[in-house]
Ligand binder design. Structure first.
Ligand SMILES: *Cc1c(COP(=O)(O)O)cnc(C)c1O
Length: 433
């Protein structure tokens, strides 16, 4: 890496050595603190000025990416961790990569000839899916109107029967279904779409199955919770954001792809000033041509380092703890006076969606009137929280549901007391509304 000072290299190697050899001697919390300290010093030493397009300029980082992606594919359940993948600038971009690959797989000529060479393509995703699927369709020239939104049930999961119905409907109109994006951990409800049923449908109609696990993919690290993604190994591609639930500092998102070589064929341009074909080393290590970017930020190092430091067990404990905290919150408010859950049953992820009804609204007879008042409650409480500077929680409406609180826990340093405080604070700031 030309931009990296020799001192930084020495520091980095020492740090890696330190993490690999001495971690057992630290008590857990000390490790966390030390880890952060080292991490930020590495940042300040400018290690990440490095650019990751070819093996020759970033040999260590290319290899770290290779082993980490392989490990992630093993966790997904692909045999021997085979397949492909890349770290991209976020889940939205990973999702777009998936859509690009699906289109190329079905119509490779689109790379040279463009959209005029292919029939009208349509993609499917649940009405609760992330907006990035539509963004991707707009960016790729497929168009947002070609993203068909499938019904979600009460708890936010895609309804497979509706998916099949809409696929048939599209085919009848002469459109070509090419992409289904199932969501593992929806952004608002934290719902997990039924992947097995969806994969059966994708197989039947020969459609690329993508799993957007930007938010929920990390649950694969937890033996207690990974069943929520049963069937993920049947997907053609998976988005997984370590920068969300695993608390890796932004940005760190991976797209994992089951088929080897597809990504290279889809995106490579063989720029002859970077990717010369007569280099003296194995060219498969020049991973940069798989990306849409030219220069690429090193996102892998922080994930790899955290993984070495905490171990899979450490990530698992951190994820389990966040889910335990959200269950605690759910249990605390589900029967509590003045609270209503947005959907029935225990949340599957750490998203807890609820209304707080101040006493003045609680007994209102007129349903419409009550809704109108309730819509204003969450924004006022949140504004007051911000004015007092005590805590913060997001809110939003969804479909015909008026503004509700959406508490999402992804900070492993959060405690049961923090949850208690949140409830006290909502009641303190909202009871006069
Ligand atoms: C957050 C999120 C994304 C987008 O990820 P970014 O890293 O913010 O681009 C995509 N899909 C889902 C389900 C998400 O929750």
């Amino acid at each position: 890496c030309e931009t990296l000072h020799v001192d930084t290299w020495i520091f980095l190697l020492r740090l890696i050595h330190h993490v690999l050899t001495e971690k057992k001697n630290f008590r857990r919390h000390i490790l966390e603190i030390n880890f952060l300290k080292h991490y930020f010093s590495v940042m300040s030493h400018g290690a990440f000025l490095c650019n990751q397009f070819t093996y020759e300029v970033a040999p260590v980082f290319v290899l770290l990416e290779y082993v980490t992606l392989k490990k992630m594919r093993e966790i997904i359940g692909w045999p021997d961790g085979r397949g492909d993948g890349i770290f991209s600038p976020g889940g939205a971009i990973s999702n777009m990569y998936a859509m690009l690959l699906a289109r190329f797989k079905m119509f490779p000529e689109v790379k040279e000839k463009g959209m005029s060479s292919v029939p009208r393509l349509v993609a499917f995703t649940s009405e609760h899916s992330h907006f990035s699927i539509k963004k991707g369709a707009a960016a790729l020239g497929i168009g947002t109107e070609s993203v068909i939104c499938i019904k979600a049930d009460e708890s936010g999961k895609l309804v497979p029967a509706d998916l099949e119905r809409r696929i048939l409907e599209a085919k009848q109109k002469g459109f070509v279904p090419f992409f289904v994006s199932a969501t593992a951990g929806t952004t608002v409800y934290g719902a997990f779409d039924p992947l097995i049923a969806i994969s059966d449908i994708c197989k039947k109609y020969n459609i690329w199955m993508h799993v957007d696990g930007a938010w929920g993919g990390s649950l694969l690290m937890s033996r207690r919770h990974r069943w929520k993604l049963d069937g993920v190994e049947r997907a053609n591609s998976v988005t997984w954001n370590p920068h969300k639930m695993m608390s890796v500092p932004l940005q760190c998102s991976a797209l994992l792809v089951r088929e080897e070589g597809l990504m290279q064929n889809c995106n490579q341009m063989h720029a002859c000033y970077l990717f010369q074909q007569d280099k003296h080393y194995d060219l498969s290590y020049d991973t940069g041509d798989k990306a849409l970017q030219c220069g690429r930020h090193v996102d892998i190092f922080k994930l790899w380092l955290m993984w070495r430091a905490k171990g899979t067990i450490g990530f698992e404990a951190q994820i389990d703890k966040c889910l335990e905290l959200s269950e605690y919150l759910y249990n605390k408010i589900k029967d509590r006076e003045g609270y209503e859950m947005v959907f029935d049953g225990k949340p599957q992820h750490t998203n807890v969606c609820f209304w707080y009804l101040p006493p003045g609204i609680r007994y209102m007879e007129d349903k419409e009137e009550r809704k109108k008042h309730l819509h204003k409650v969450a924004p006022v409480i949140k504004a007051r929280m911000m004015e007092y500077g005590t805590t913060m929680v997001s809110y939003q409406p969804q479909g015909d549901k008026v503004n509700f609180f959406r508490m999402v826990i992804s900070n492993p340093a959060a405690t049961f007391e923090d949850i208690d405080f949140l409830i006290e604070e909502i009641e303190r700031l909202g009871q006069d509304l």
